[in-house]
Design a binder for this molecule. Structure first.
Ligand SMILES: [Zn+2]
Length: 445
């Protein structure tokens, strides 16, 4: 008790000291926003994908250059020049905003002189645009060009490529994004109705002189990044430079400056959503939506709760967590390790199985339908490593099914419709936690 009193007194004296020092000191020069170089990840061939970050405000605004590699290298030039400009003029980034400038999302395409990534996939046709309410722009493998269906460059499945997954994860907490392309000479917002994207495109057109188009006129873009982003509530636009070889720096600097000056109006902070009677925090909602929504994770079962800086919400098939210390990494939002908690001690490592993928991290194999699920839906992020071998066990619906426990969930195979689903571990662990915490007296029946 005396100790804490001493602490309070010392604290009060220090506080008074701080106040008086501030009160009598000459006004400090306004400090410039911090500038940080980030490596966000690597391309298919291992080239770094980098960003320059300026400022530390809550509103995240991202400029993305050169998704289309060599043929659109002038957008790489442009965004590199924008990065140099804002590096020397950081005070133009307003308080409350943080600006990220990514010169190229496709360093392999840039190095190899191709529109595609190193696996021949068009990254701007590879996003999971099935999450918006428009069917026309849904992801597909065969993509349209100026003369109808042109090529099978949409990728083997949505978000199959490391570069598309990287930008998807990085934009999870973004307020706005500009994807620079060339050379249509216009600017257009997300295809599906999204007022903030439309307003952003109109503001950008007004400041740059590029033509505003409600959507890309020449053909339907499927799996496009701007459409994916708009579906999550991110103000998202695609300016097309007029030429195929000039960076058009002055024009686009004016455009970016205009957006920065109107940031409060044009770049909406992510908002919470109501679902199934519960409030889903903005970033959990975006993650939930981006990775399959109710079909994958089920509905929310309880309000979100915060403990030790981590916000967690239980859904039927997962608990989704926000880890603020993981901002600007793919782990900002992640499923809690419910599989590990539920299983307790993992099974001892087993020998490698032929025809399966062996995970040396835990010494277990994953095969067939479970392996396809793991590889096609970000297994490391959504499931983690396997903790046992596949076994026939009674599933939550009372039927014996192939089941396998992963760090972040339990997969079951449903032969009747050849589907793989997450077992309702969120519900099970929520009930367990409630029973362990419960001190309520028995209800009188
Ligand atoms: Zn392009």
């Amino acid at each position: 008790m005396p100790g804490s009193l001493v602490n309070i007194l010392v604290g009060a004296v220090l506080l008074l000291g701080t106040i008086s020092a501030t009160a009598f000191a000459a006004p400090a020069p306004q400090s410039a926003p911090p500038i940080v170089e980030l490596t966000l990840g690597t391309s298919t061939e291992g080239r770094p994908i980098t960003a320059l970050k300026i400022g530390g405000g809550a509103r995240k605004f991202v400029l993305v250059g050169d998704t289309h590699g060599g043929p659109e290298a002038n957008t790489f030039e442009l965004v590199t020049q924008l990065a140099e400009y804002f590096r020397t003029h950081p005070a133009e980034v307003p308080d409350g905003l943080r600006l990220y400038i990514i010169p190229t999302l496709n360093p392999d395409g840039l190095a190899l002189g191709t529109r595609f990534n190193a696996r021949g996939v068009d990254l701007n046709r590879n996003m999971n645009t099935n999450i918006d309410s428009c069917a026309e722009n849904d992801w597909r493998n065969d993509v349209q060009g100026a003369y109808g269906v042109e090529s099978t460059t949409g990728g083997p499945f949505a978000e199959s490529e490391p570069e598309s997954r990287l930008i998807r994860d990085f934009l999870l907490d973004a307020a706005g994004v500009i994807f620079f392309h060339s050379n249509g000479g216009d600017v257009f917002p997300a295809f599906c109705e999204h007022a903030p994207s439309i307003a952003l495109a109109q503001a950008y057109a007004a400041a740059t002189g590029y033509t505003y188009d409600r959507y890309w006129q020449k053909y339907m873009i499927t799996g496009g990044m701007h459409d994916w982003a708009g579906a999550l509530g991110i103000a998202a636009i695609t300016p097309e430079l007029s030429s195929g070889d000039q960076p058009e720096f002055t024009q686009n600097l004016a455009g970016v400056q205009a957006i920065l000056q109107q940031a409060d109006a044009l770049l909406p902070i992510p908002t919470d959503h109501q679902e199934h009677g519960f409030t889903i925090p903005a970033l959990i909602w975006r993650f939930w939506q981006a990775h399959g929504g109710a079909a994958r994770f089920g509905l929310p079962l309880a309000p979100a709760q915060s403990e030790a800086g981590i916000t967690r919400q239980f859904f039927e098939r997962a608990a989704l967590e926000i880890h603020p210390d993981q901002a600007d990494t793919p782990w900002l939002v992640q499923p809690a390790p419910l599989g590990r908690q539920w299983l307790g001690t993992p099974d001892p490592p087993a020998p490698e199985q032929p025809g399966a993928r062996f995970f040396p991290e835990t010494g277990h194999s994953v095969r067939e339908a479970f392996l396809a699920e793991w590889e096609q839906h970000d297994g490391l992020l959504l499931l983690g490593f396997p903790l046992n071998e596949e076994e026939n066990v009674r599933a939550a619906d009372g039927i014996v099914r192939p089941l396998q426990v992963f760090e972040r969930g339990v997969l079951a195979y449903y032969a009747e419709d050849n589907s793989v689903r997450l077992e309702p571990l969120g519900w099970a662990m929520l009930v367990r936690a409630q029973l362990q915490q419960s001190t309520a007296t028995q209800q009188i029946r």
